[in-house]
Design a protein. Sequence first.
Lengths: 659, 174
Amino acid sequence: MISTLGHFVLFLALGLSLYAAAGAVFGARTRREDWRASSRNAVLAQFCLVTLAIFLLEYALITSDFSLRYVANNSTRGSLVRYKIAGLWGSLEGSILLWAWLQSLFSALVVARYGDRHEAVMPYVQAVLQGIAAFFLLVMTFAVNPFTPLVPVPPDGRGLNPLLEVTDMLVHPLLLYLGYVGFSVPFAFAMAALITGRLTDEWLKYTRRWTVIAWLFLTGGIFYGGWWSYRTLGWGGYWAWDPVENASFMPWLTGTAFIHSVMIQERKRMLKVWNLALITLTFALVIFGTFLTRSGILASVHAFADGPVGALFLGFLALVLLFSLGLIAYRADRLKGHGELDSIVSRESAFLLNNVVLIGICFTVFLGTIFPLLTEAIRGTKISVGTPYFNRVSVPLGMALLLLMGIGPLIAWGRASWNNLRRNFVKPILVAAAGTAVVFALGVRQAEALLAFCCSFFVVGTIALEFFQSTRARARATGERLPVAFAALLLKSRRRYGGLIVHLGVVIAIIGIAVSSVYKVEREVTLKPQERLEIGPYTIQFHDLRAGEQPTHVLVWANLSVSKGDRPLADLRPGQRFYPNQQSPFASVDARYHWTEDLYTILSTFERDGSSATIKAMINPMMAWIWIGGVVILLGVLVAVLPERRLAMLSVRVKAQAT
Amino acid sequence: MTWKRLLIPLASVPVILLLAYGFRTDPKAIPSPLVKKPAPEFRLTVFGGGEISLAGLKGKPAVLNFWASWCYPACYEEAPLLEATWRKFKDQGLMVVGVDIQDKEANALEFIQRFGFTFPNAPDPGSKVSIDYGVYGVPETFFVDRHGHIVYKHIGALTPGILEAQVQALLKGS
C-alpha cells in the first residue's frame, strides 16, 4: 500500500518537475505570465508532493513497516525513534529522496522569495532548479526506489550501521546536504544569466545571500563531521583525506573562492567568466561528490553503494559540465571584462591570488583523490596517495592563504599607496613579530608551528586594527561610547565585519589544527590492573576491565583514573562495543576535553580474563580551538547574512541599553 | 561559435572518461606486492603433530591456503575443492598447505574433520605467518612455484576454474 502510494507520488512529482521546468521556459519565451504563474504553482505543488513522499517513508520507518525493503535494511524495532528518523539518510535510496526534497525546498523558497518579479531571469532559474530536482526523482523512480516492497515481510529489520546510531547522525549529513543543495541556487542564477544573456551583475546581487548561506551549511557540515569523527571514531583525528571528505572539501574551496571573487566583479567589473566558471565548478564538484559516494569507484569509509546509480550520476555530471561550459563558450563574446588590474599591490590582486591559491588546493585535492584511477588507467598499477601528499601541498598553500586573509581586507582597491600600506600593515607586522617572539619564548620551536603562529598573529593584528580604528573613528564622529560605536559599526557594514569575524574564526581553527598536529603526544601501553601509564603531565591508572549488556550491544570498558601530579583529575572509561551483526568491535572513546588540551583514551585490545588491557592515550593540544573557530565562523556568517529588520531591532535594543 | 570555443566544454570530457573508466575497476582489489617475489619463509606445527616449512617443500609447487573455522560461508565453499585438488594432484608433486588463523583449536579440528582434510593444516600462533604474507581476511590463497616464488594470490573463495588453472600452471611451470 505505502509502497504503491510512495512510488506513485514520486512519479507525479517527477511529472510536475518536468512540467514546471518546461512551462517556465515556455512562459519566458512567449512572454505569457499565465504560463509562468502556472509553472510557479507547479513548483510549490511539486514541493508538497516530495514532502508527502518524505512523510510516507518516515512514517514507515517510525512504525517499523518492514514491507518496504528500505525500512527493513535501515531500521530495527529496537532503535530509538530519532535513529529511525535518521534512517531516511542512512543509505542510498533515502538519501536521494532527502536530496530531492531539499532541492524542491530550495526551489520553492526561490519562488516564494521572488514571486513574479524579475520575470526575465526567474523562469530559467526555476527551470534549472526543477531540472536538477527532476534528475533526483528520475533516479528514484527508475533506479533506486526507496519504496520498493519486500516480500515476505521480515519480523525485524537490519538497522543502521551502529556507527551511525549517534545524535551526530541527525546533524552532520543534514548540514552537508543543505550546503550541497544550497549551491544549486547560485548555479541556477548563473545559468539563467547565461541563457538570457543578462550578464550584468544582477545575478550576483540576487545570489549573494544564497551563496553565503550554502557556504555556511557546507562549512558547518565539514566542521561537524570532523568533530564527530574525533569524538567517536577512536583514532584521535578529525580529517583523513578520505575521498569522500575531499569531495566535500573541494566545493568548499571553490565556493570560498567564488564568495571572494564576486567582490572584484561587483567593484571592478572584472572576472565575469571566472565567476561563472567558479560557480559551475562548485556545483559540478557537488555532483562529483555524490557520484563518488554512490558509485563505488574509489575505496572510502563513506561510500555506500555501487551499481547502476553511479552511471546515472556520471551522466548527470557530464550533462552539467557540457551544458554549463557550453553556455559559457556560447556567451564568451559578451563576457569580456571591463576593468584591468591597475597594480599588483591592490586588493583585487590579493583577492585574485587568494583565488589562485584556493583553486590550487582544490586541484591538488582532486588529483590526489582520483590518483588511484589515473595511475590504473595509464600504467595499470594502483597507487594511492595518502595524508603526507595532501599535507605537503596544502600546508604551505594554507599558510599563503592565511597571509592573504590578513592583507586582502585592508589593502586599498586599485593601487595601494605607501601610506595605505604603512597605516594598515606596520602595526599588524609588529603584532606578528611580538606574538611569534612570545610563543618562541614559551618553547615553540617547530618551524611550521612558528610560521602558523606568525601568520595568525598578523591576521589577528589586521582584524583588531581594523575594528579598533573604525570604532574609534565612528565614536569620534558621533560621540557614541566605544561599545555602542562598535555594535553600530558591526550592524552597519555587516558584510565586511561579518567577513572579518569569519576570518578570525578561520585563524582560530588554523591555530588549533597546527598546534594539535605538531604537538600531539601518543602512547600505547599494555597494562595489568593497577598499573600506570605516564603521558605528558598525566598519570593514567588502569583499575579493571568490566563488561555490560547494553540495549543493542555488549560494552567492554576499562576503568581508568587520571591524575596530574597529586591531583585527581577525571575517571575515564574507554571501551569497545560488540554488536551481534558486526564482525569487528567499535571503539568507544573517552576523553577529558579542555580548551587547552584534550586527553584522549582508547581501549585498543584486552585479554578476555581481564588480566590486561592495551590503552592508547593521546594528548591533543589546542584541539578545542578548531571547534571554537568553527563556532566563530558561524557567528561571523550570521552577522553577515541576518536580515536587516532583525538586526535593526537588535540595534535599537543595544542603544536603549546603552543609554 | 568557433571551434576554439568548443574547447571549453570539451575540456571536461577527459575527466568524465576517466571517471567512467572507474566503473571497470574494483577499488578494493589491491594487487599483492608479494606476487613474483620469493614467498616468505614459515615454519609451523601441524595439527596432530609434525612440522611443515617452506624450506621443506623445496622443489614442490604449493597452494598455501589461509582459512578459519569462523569464516562462513567462503571458507566452507572452497574447502571441498581444496581437498579434491590435493587428492587429484598430489601424485604429480603438488603440495597443499592450510594455515588456520585466529581460531579456537576445537573449532578448527571440527572444520578439518568435517571436510576430511588429508593435506597438512597448521594453526598460526600470534598470526605471524599471516602477517608475513599480508593476509587481511580469510580466505586468501597463495600459489607458490617450484622455485619458491609466489605466482598468484587469490582473495575470497576459490572457484573450480581458477584453482584448476592455477594448479595446472604451477605443475607445468618452469
